[in-house]
Design a protein around this ligand. Structure first.
Ligand SMILES: [Fe+2]
Ligand SMILES: [Fe+2]
Length: 246
């Protein structure tokens, strides 16, 4: 089970190599934006061909760039560049992603949700309140709820219900440069991480010429990858890092 690749093909390749014996895969959303290796990620996702693939908030932006046009100029420039460079086959790939809902796999029933509940006050992080996790279950009484979006690898239990975030493949936020994911084997879940070489990602970032106009932003993106603090070394991510989350 993978989530939140964000155009980091090196990270996805490392997961696929580590788990090449897997029978099937589940993807929980956020495939390409806003990473520099969107086309390589598209190719690898095609190879992986997940049996269930849920649409994330950054996947919507591929189909409707109006979503990000009001963002800060550096983000608009980066996203426009990635979308202009992205192979046309990304559109049917994104269109094939499905909505949150009840799914079956490996003899298990689960409610799958990208994890975006529409507000930062409703972030499904390890210390979120119970009502946030209830919302992730989409009103179902599913015993197992799988989600991504917050880029923290954790499992949370409320009564008989288990909520699992496999963490982010391409943009972890808890201070370690690695790819996070999870594996179900005979119905038992295990959280895993794998190391990878960041050099090709950094080289791909260098090829995005519009970032020359935003050198501080480019440095911030690079530092985010290399330090494992994907969107900055700050609260609450430093707290989750201190608590041992990946
Ligand atoms: Fe994400
Ligand atoms: Fe997301």
């Amino acid at each position: 089970m993978i989530s939140d690749i964000h155009g980091n093909a090196e990270a996805l390749r490392a997961v696929m190599q580590a788990e090449q014996d897997a029978d099937a895969s589940i993807f929980l959303g956020d495939a390409f934006l806003s990473g520099p290796q969107a086309n390589e990620t598209l190719e690898l996702l095609g190879e992986l061909n997940p049996s269930i693939a849920i649409r994330g908030n950054h996947d919507d932006e591929v189909l409707d760039p109006r979503i990000f046009r009001g963002w800060p100029a550096e983000w608009v420039a980066l996203n426009e560049w990635i979308l202009a460079d992205l192979d046309a086959s990304a559109v049917p790939c994104i269109e094939s992603l499905t909505d949150a809902g009840a799914y079956q796999f490996d003899g298990l029933s689960a409610y799958l949700h990208h994890g975006d509940l529409g507000s930062r006050d409703l972030a499904a992080v390890p210390d979120a309140e119970d009502h946030v996790f209830d919302l992730l279950g989409g009103g179902s009484d599913a015993d197992l709820v799988l989600f991504g979006h917050t880029h923290v690898q954790f499992m949370h239990k409320i009564g008989d219900r288990t909520f699992i975030n496999p963490g982010s493949v391409g943009q972890p936020r808890c201070g370690v440069l690695h790819a996070c994911y999870g594996v179900f084997e005979d119905g038992v879940y295990e959280a895993r991480q794998v190391q990878y070489d960041p050099a090709p990602w950094l080289a791909a970032l260098d090829r995005i010429d519009v970032l020359k106009d935003f050198p501080d932003f480019k440095s911030w993106l690079s530092a985010g990858l290399l330090t494992g603090y994907g969107i900055g070394k700050r609260e609450p991510w430093t707290r989750y890092a201190d608590q041992g989350y990946a």
